[in-house]
Every structure is written in C-alpha cells, then in structure tokens.
Design a binder for this molecule. Structure first.
Ligand SMILES: Nc1nc2c(c(=O)[nH]1)N[C@H]1C(S)=C(S)[C@@H](COP(=O)(O)OP(=O)(O)OC[C@H]3O[C@@H](n4cnc5c(=O)[nH]c(N)nc54)[C@H](O)[C@@H]3O)O[C@H]1N2
Ligand SMILES: Nc1nc2c(c(=O)[nH]1)N[C@H]1C(S)=C(S)[C@@H](COP(=O)(O)OP(=O)(O)OC[C@H]3O[C@@H](n4cnc5c(=O)[nH]c(N)nc54)[C@H](O)[C@@H]3O)O[C@H]1N2
Ligand code: SF4
Ligand SMILES: [Mo]
Length: 907
C-alpha cells in the first residue's frame, strides 16, 4: 500500500505538478515546482484551471511557506508518548470496540471536516453509518454549509448548486449577501471586478451589516440590521409580484407553493417603508435594490456566512431562492442563486454524506428506500437508520457523557465551535479523544488521548470539489512527513481492527473514489434521474485517468460525460413531482436579543490573510503582517460610550464566556455592532479565543450555529502595563490578560498587557530572556515617561528586545517591523544599537508600516510615500509604482483607502 501511495511521486528531480489550493472553496488550480529532496515547493496559478485561470490570492501563493516539517505531527502519540502505528491503531480500535460493546454504537462519534479529501470523507462516513451502526458523524460543515444544504433540499429536493462561476461573467446584477468575497473568495471577487471592468452596466449590490473590503466594487451597499435578511428578501419577492416581473409560465410548469409563498412574503414585508425600518436601511436604497433586481433577467445572488450562520439561515437561503424561482432566473447563463462553499472540499463532504442527517451520495434518511439502497451497496451489517447528532448537540452529548469516545479529524472545535469553553471542558472530561491532524499543536490536539499524524496538503492525494461542483485532483507533491499517513488509510486500518476488513481493504485511494462514484449512480435511473449527484461516469476510472484527471463539474454520467455547468435548465427538479418548492417564510429575530447587560451584537468572521484557526496560515510570516493581533472593531460612538481607545485592549463578555482583543475604532461598523475575527486560538492569543463568547443557538432546521449574532458587553482593560517582546526563542505563558504571539521571519513577536502593576516586570523579563546572564543586556529606562526598553545580544546578534510602559501609546512605537529587521543581522552597528534603545529607526532605514500587499510584502507607509511623491491617483498607478495589488488584488480596496486618505490630507 505504502508503495502505491509513494509511487505517485517521482523522487528524481525538480518537477512541475498540478494540484489545487489547500484553502478556500474557490478551488483554484496550482502549478507547483517541487524539489522532493529539499522539500522546497514554489507555487503559481494554473492557467489551465477554469476556476482561477492562473490567478492565486495571498494565501494560495504563500502555500510553499507552510510545507516545512517543524510544526508537523510526525508520529502517532498515545498518552503523551510516541508509539508505533500498530500500537496507536490498536489503542483506538480497542477503546472504540469496548465502548460500543458496553454502551452501544451511539456512544461513539466522529467529527470531520471539509478539509478532508473526498476519499477520506467517504471512508469515515461509511465506517460510522454502515459498519459501526450510528449516524453520529458530523462535520465542521455544520457550522458552514448546513443552512444551504437544508435550503436547497427544501426548494429543489436535492442539495444542488445550480449555478457556476461563469454566470458571474454574464450577469447584469450580482447581489453579494453576507459574503466578504474580497477577502474570503478573492479569486471570485477578482472575476467580478474584471466582469465589471468589461461591462460597465453590471451592478453589484453588497448586503452586509459591515462596510467590508467587498464594498469597494459595490454600486450599492445595504448595511442591514444583523439578521434581517429574510425580511429584505420577502420584501423583494413582494415587490417583484407587485411589479409583475414573475415568470408565470415557469411557475406554472415548474413550481409548487407560489401562492402561499407570495402571501407570506406580502404579509411579512408590508410595504417598502416597513421593510426599510425593520432592516434599518434608507427606503430609497431598498427600492433601488429592488428595482435593479426587477429590471434584469440576469441576476446572480451569491451568498455565504452572513446568510447561513444564522438561526434563520435556511429561511434566508430560501428567501433568496424564492426570488430566483418565481422569476425563472435559474439554470440560465448569467442568473441563479450561488452558495459559495468555504472549505476546499466542503462540497465533497456534502457528496459523501458527511453530515449526520445525510446517508451518502445525496441520499437521505427521510427518503424511502435510500437507507436500504446504501446498505445494499455497502453490504453494511449495521446500517444506521436514524440521523445522528449535529455538531452542537454532538458536543453537548460529549459534555453529558452519553458520547464517551470521539474521533476528531481535520478540524479544531475547541476554537471554532460556539460556546467553546463548554466544548473544551467536554473534551477534557471525555473518556477517549482521538485527533487526526497534520500539525503537532492545536487547542484541540492539546486535549487528545491519541494524536494521529495525517498527511498535509503537500502530501495528500485525492479529489476535492469546489463551490461550482468542479472536481479537481489534488496531487501529492512530496513524500509523507515522518510517519504521517493518509486519513483514509488511518480510518480503514481502524475499521479492519474493528472486524470490517473486507469492506475497508483499500490499497489505493482510487479504489475508494471508484466506489464513491459507483454509489452515486447506484439505482439512479438514467431515464429518470432520481438524484442530482451522479458521477457514475467515473466509476471505472483507470489509474492513469485518475492521475491525469482534469477538472470537471458534476454530474459526470452517460448524459454528461464531460460534466455540466448548470442545473435545472429544463425546469425539472429532484422532488417527487419534479417541481421546485417555494417556501412560505416569516422573518424572525435572531436567537438571543441584546439586553442592558449585553448591549452589543457580536459579529464574527474572517480576515484576508488568515485561515480559520491559523494552524497553517500563521506559519507563513508574511501572512501575519496584515493583521497581527486579534481585534475588535467598534463604531466611534460605541467607543466613546464604552470608553474604549483605538489601540487599547478591550475585555468582551457574553453569557457564555470572555476574551480580550485590541480595539479598532472604525465607522465601517454600525453602531451597536462589534466584529471580531474568528482566527485566534489559545496557541496564539492566550485569552483571545472568540469561540468562548459565541452563543450556541442554532437554526432549528439546519442545526447551523448563529455565529454572527451574540449579545456581548465590552469594557476597556484597565492595564497596569503594556509591552511587547521580540525574541528568537518562544516565550512561555506569562499569566497576563493579553498575550499574543506572532510568528515572524527569524523571531517571535509577543504583544502583552496585564492588570497587575508594572513593578518588577522589567526584572522579570530580564531573568526570563537572559537566564543566568549569559547574554549582554542593554537597557534604557526613561523613568519620567515610565518607559522601559532593553535589548539583549548573543555575541553581536540581537537575541531579544523588550519594551514596557504603563500606557499603550508608548509601546505603539517603535515600529515592530523595523525592530524585527535587526534579527537578520549577525551583528549590529553601534548606531543601530543606540537606535534600538531609543526606539527610533536609524537614518536611512525605512519603517514600511503594516503590510498591505502580502503577495509582494509592501507596507502601508511605502504605498503612502509612493502616492504622495508621485501624485498617484489610481490603484493601477500604485501597482506600476510599487507592485502592490498587482498579483491577487485582494489589497486593492485598502490601496484605494490609502489613496482617499492622501487626497484628504492634501486637500
Ligand atoms: N481569508 C480567508 N478566506 C476564507 C476562509 C478563511 O478562514 N480566511 N475560510 C473559508 C470558509 S470555510 C468560509 S465558510 C468562507 C466564509 O466566507 P464569508 O461568508 O464571506 O466570510 P465571513 O467573514 O465569515 O462572513 C461574511 C460576512 O457576513 C456578514 N454578516 C454578518 N451578519 C450578517 C447578516 O445578518 N446578514 C448579512 N447579509 N450579512 C451578515 C459579516 O459582516 C461578514 O462580512 O470563507 C472561506 N475563505
Ligand atoms: N464564531 C465563528 N465560528 C466559526 C465561524 C465563524 O464565522 N464564526 N466559521 C465556521 C466555519 S464556516 C468553519 S468552516 C469552521 C472552521 O473551523 P475549523 O475546522 O476548526 O478550523 P481549521 O483551522 O481549518 O481546522 C482544521 C484543522 O485540520 C488540520 N488539517 C488540515 N488538513 C488536514 C488533513 O488533510 N487531515 C487532517 N487530519 N487534518 C488536517 C489543520 O491543521 C487544523 O488543525 O469554523 C466555524 N466557526
Ligand atoms: S481564492 Fe485564494 S485561498 Fe481560495 S482557492 Fe484560490 S488561491 Fe486558494
Ligand atoms: Mo466554512
């Protein structure tokens, strides 16, 4: 088996290998140059891949920086000790077997992820649902896609993404709902930007409570009240009806439930003013949006987490889909609803049935015959008959002890689940926790009894499916790190030990893929297709075809051997009577209302240069420079009201937990709302794990948590001191309120703040950073300002820098980037040493400021200088002048902000 896996890689020389990006659901193709001996990988966009046509964003283009072995889990670990694979697999299977024998199959669970490959995911689902006999397998897609899955199934009968990226090129109106496309799907965003440049009539509407970077290309931004989307789209449906833009023939032929849906929308919406009032928007803006939508056949509605992560997430999806169905704007070029998937294989997870309420291959527990069909195909001895527990319930069951063993694969729930302190406690008290991961450390791995090393992005090999149903082969570039194994292999080995050898005797991932493809076509009648997901055309794929597979959109079957771009062009859906179902909807308020005690709405989401819980993206120093610290965005009025200062530290509290974050005062936020990025874990920010705050309210239909709406309170941290340390060595936990770690080039940066007094803190750091006075220690104590600075030298090279002060303003300077640049030098000039202590850059050296363009590492100050000195007025000119924004373009909105600032200053 091992031979087969590694034989896919030729160890001889430098090679170019086509693969896909490890990160988002855009699913960009990559061409990697690989040196298998040195493990060096450099990447560029694959021009032949339809999803990106050669482009990559900052995250994709820095993948080569994340393939090092330093942070990897290289061997299996049981009870803190390194063990052999045999021993680890025996431990897992013995324990699972004993618990299943004693307490039944529902006493164990798997928790998976859209970052598994299709083959891995398929095997995990098959083992749990067909052989262990429980449907207690859920996935982080519950937090991500499940409202879309539920909404699509209600409307179409199946979880079908009808549209494709190409539709964005042909639309006249693109509505981005709850999607920060510029940062989260940057290559889709670029595509929209180019479409707009080609077609000046194309209008873009952004519907988001925040003014995000995505608004840069918006003709209209609707900063609606958090959670009010159903009302807005019910209003749209009512408006379309009143203005007679419904497609009556299509409704007649292809839709059920239109009368009830229209009545409900009319009643819920009332008139335009009442919608505007509810959504807290100007009536004129609402009307403009409605008119634009009414005026063109070619409208694409793109939706993401602002829609799905809501206690009415499925309703939001159907409110949008209703508008497309009743206008017949689906299945045609340039129109339709488009749910953007988040993770690289979120769509693949939906194909295999990774959610606890799916069976497999788009078959369902509630559809007669489906469970038996899958059982027959798998020859499953213990087929689960009922849905299992969705993620939040699953972790509640771990907390109450009814689930006694859990195997977590490719996800970090201690950070990403809501009410995360409860999740942490649940795992701490759980009898048996297994975690498969490719990295050695994460907040979840810290609680594992068994840690299993999985292959990482550069080593794994199998299929992934992107947002537009396009299947791409992700190829191994490098041999396995240490003893790491494919996830499918690990799961199959445990299955064998549980006594299911025959059904899991896979020698190569292709055997799994063929089986998955065959199941999708099993009893899926070619004359009357029952299920949308059908890749039976790949059921007999040869090894050669698999290895040279070029990206295709499913279905891939006898009708569409090369795949197909759009669904529903024929007006036929996958419901029993082949008609789409309109859903009658009434808007509801979010699950928890703000109160006097918790007066603000906490919204959470993503940053441009980090990926989720940062286990991989934070390894690339250049991705840590854009936003190095966890922060909370606060409207200026709220800042004043709660006495928060820009750059200070805030203490946020909710009914569920607390966190600390740097304050960013900004009017991109609406009053009464605050925003915190989701990324920081305890690994990087001691008390900055935002999941601890987030309410565990879920959508009753989809089970997806309401991650965008938690009532919180906020107050300033009254700190005794603030400080930072730059050091070649990592720093232990300092027992302070605020401790953030930033991986930088050749050193670590720590930002610190604590309530306790500054007394003795300088001495403490001196002993800590210069143990037994082995290094040279130079200090500068500006007693009048209360600022303490010290530099520590190992021979001539800088070993560490410390700066401490009673207020944050004094430690804001000097610039960390300039100080950090001193770590690359083997010795420092006397004037540089002086400058270090004075905190003022030496003459001739430049402080480039915070990174704006991560692709070319261009700082804010460099760009401002270029703008001012050359009188630049457009982002294109900035690009010509200093390269910023010319690769992935994700920083173009920020460059434009700098251009606007420069105009303000000069006028
Ligand atoms: N850089 C980066 N890119 C990523 C990821 C990453 O970690 N980093 N993760 C990937 C994954 S898994 C996912 S799921 C996607 C997510 O991609 P997005 O959904 O685009 O990202 P988010 O920032 O979670 O949320 C989107 C927006 O929803 C808005 N929002 C909040 N409440 C509401 C509301 O009530 N109504 C509306 N209309 N909008 C609201 C937020 O203000 C936010 O700007 O990104 C993918 N891409
Ligand atoms: N408050 C709030 N919470 C959220 C969200 C939000 O917007 N707000 N977003 C939600 C969404 S949409 C998502 S998708 C989740 C994401 O949340 P998580 O899934 O918890 O986040 P990741 O950091 O992507 O975790 C993936 C883990 O898998 C490991 N890994 C990567 N590749 C592999 C592999 O091939 N095999 C194995 N075994 N391990 C691997 C990584 O090292 C990492 O530890 O967070 C959700 N939580
Ligand atoms: S948009 Fe960026 S993160 Fe997403 S797949 Fe493409 S390169 Fe990767
Ligand atoms: Mo996601």
């Amino acid at each position: 088996m091992q031979d087969l896996i590694s034989s896919d890689i030729n160890n001889d020389s430098l090679q170019t290998i086509k693969t896909t990006c490890a990160y988002c659901g855009v699913g960009c193709g990559i061409e990697a140059q690989v040196n298998p001996h040195t493990r060096e990988v450099s990447v560029q966009g694959d021009f032949s891949h339809p999803a990106n046509q050669g482009r990559l964003c900052s995250k994709g283009s820095s993948l080569g920086e994340t393939v090092g072995l330093e942070s990897r889990l290289l061997q299996p670990v049981v009870g803190g000790k390194t063990v052999s694979w045999d021993s680890a697999l025996d431990t897992v299977s013995d324990k699972f077997k004993r618990i299943i024998d004693e307490h039944g199959p529902d006493a164990v669970a798997f928790y998976g992820s859209g970052q598994l490959l299709t083959e891995d995911y398929y095997v995990a689902n098959k083992l749990m649902k067909g052989f262990i006999g429980s449907a207690n397998i859920d996935t982080n897609s519950r937090l991500c896609m499940s409202s879309a899955v539920t909404g699509h199934k209600r409307a179409f009968g199946t979880d079908t993404v009808a549209t494709c990226y190409d539709d964005l090129d042909h639309a006249q109106l693109i509505v981005l709902v709850g999607s920060n496309t510029a940062w989260c799907h940057p290559i889709v965003f670029q595509r929209i930007r180019s479409a707009k440049e080609r077609n000046p009539d194309l209008k873009v509407v952004v519907i988001d409570p925040r003014r995000t970077a995505t608004c840069d290309i918006a003709d209209l931004h609707l900063p609606l009240a958090s959670g009010s989307d159903v009302k807005l789209f019910n209003g749209l449906l009512h408006f379309l009806n009143q203005n007679d833009v419904l497609d009556h023939p299509f409704i007649e032929q292809s839709c059920d439930g239109s009368v009830a849906a229209l009545e409900a929308a009319a009643e819920d919406a009332g008139n335009l003013d009442s919608v505007a009032r509810y959504c807290n928007l100007p009536s004129a803006d609402v009307e403009r949006f409605y008119r634009w939508f009414a005026d063109t056949d070619k409208a694409v509605s793109v939706y993401s987490q602002g829609v799905k992560q809501s206690s009415s997430g499925a309703d939001k999806v159907n409110a949008i889909v209703n508008c497309h169905l009743l206008t017949g704007r689906i299945g045609k070029s340039g129109s339709g609803p488009l749910s953007l998937t988040g993770q690289p294989n979120a769509m693949g997870g939906r194909e295999v049935g990774g959610l606890a309420n799916q069976v497999a291959a788009h078959m369902e527990f509630h559809i007669e015959g489906d469970v038996d069909r899958v059982a027959r195909f798998w020859q499953a001895p213990n087929m689960a008959r009922e849905p299992g527990k969705p993620a939040v319930d699953l972790f509640d069951a771990i907390a109450d002890g009814s689930i006694k063993a859990v195997w977590i694969m490719a996800t970090n729930p201690v950070v990403s689940l809501p009410n995360a302190d409860k999740v942490k406690a649940a795992l701490e008290n759980c009898e048996f926790v297994v975690v498969s991961d490719c990295v050695a450390e994460s907040d979840t791995l810290a609680l594992a009894h068994v840690k299993l090393p999985a292959l990482g992005w550069s080593e794994k090999d199998g299929m992934v499916t992107n947002s537009e149903r396009r299947i791409t082969h992700q190829r191994a570039l490098l041999p396995p790190a240490g003893e790491a194994k494919p996830d499918w292999w690990i799961i199959s080995e445990v299955a064998k030990r549980l006594g299911f050898g025959e059904a899991f005797n896979y020698q190569h991932q292709i055997e799994i893929f063929r089986e998955h493809a065959a199941l999708s076509g099993f009893e899926n009648n070619p004359f009357q297709r029952l299920r949308d997901f059908d890749i039976s055309g790949l059921a007999d794929i040869s090894l050669e075809e698999y290895q040279s597979f070029t990206p295709k959109q499913w279905p891939i079957n006898t009708d569409y051997p090369q795949g197909k771009a759009r669904f529903f062009a024929n007006g036929k859906f996958f419901t029993p009577n082949q008609r789409a179902q309109l859903v009658a909807l009434t808007s509801r308020a979010p699950g928890n209302a703000v109160s006097q005690r918790y007066p603000l709405v906490l919204n959470t989401g993503r940053l441009r240069d980090q990926w989720h819980t940062m286990t991989r993206s934070a390894l690339a120093p250049r991705l840590n420079q854009h936003r190095p610290e966890p922060f909370v965005e606060v409207h200026p009025d709220d800042a004043e009201r709660y006495q928060l200062q820009h750059g200070g530290i805030a203490h946020l509290l909710s009914q569920w937990g607390q966190m600390y974050a740097r304050v960013m005062v900004t009017d991109t936020q609406q009053q009464g709302n605050v925003f915190v990025p989701m990324h920081w874990s305890e690994q990087y920010a001691k008390k900055g794990r935002m999941g601890a705050l987030v309410n565990p309210v879920v959508d009753p239909l989809s089970g997806q948590p309401e991650s965008k709406h938690t009532p919180v309170s906020i107050r300033p941290l009254s700190a005794g001191w603030y400080g930072f340390v730059l050091s070649r060595e990592p720093l232990a936990d300092q027992n302070v309120e605020y401790q953030v770690k930033v991986n930088a080039e050749g050193y670590y940066r720590y930002e610190l703040a604590a309530i306790k007094s500054i007394e003795g803190v300088a001495e403490h750091f001196q002993t800590l950073l210069n143990p037994e006075a082995q290094f040279e220690w130079q200090e500068f104590d500006d007693a009048s300002a209360g600022v303490y600075r010290a530099a520590c030298y190992n021979k001539q090279a800088l070993q560490a820098v410390v700066c401490l002060a009673p207020s944050f303003a004094e430690v804001q300077l000097p610039a960390r980037g300039w100080l950090g640049s001193m770590f690359v030098k083997s010795s420092l000039e006397p004037q540089e040493r002086m400058a270090l202590l004075a905190g003022i850059p030496t003459v001739g050296t430049e402080d480039v400021g915070a990174t704006v363009c991560a692709c070319f590492n261009v700082g804010e100050k460099t760009i401002l200088k270029a703008i001012n000195e050359n009188k630049l007025t457009t982002y294109q000119e900035v690009g010509v002048c200093c390269k910023a924004g010319t690769n992935c373009g994700s920083c173009v909105p920020e460059i434009k902000t700098l251009l606007a600032q420069a105009v303000e200053v000069s006028s």
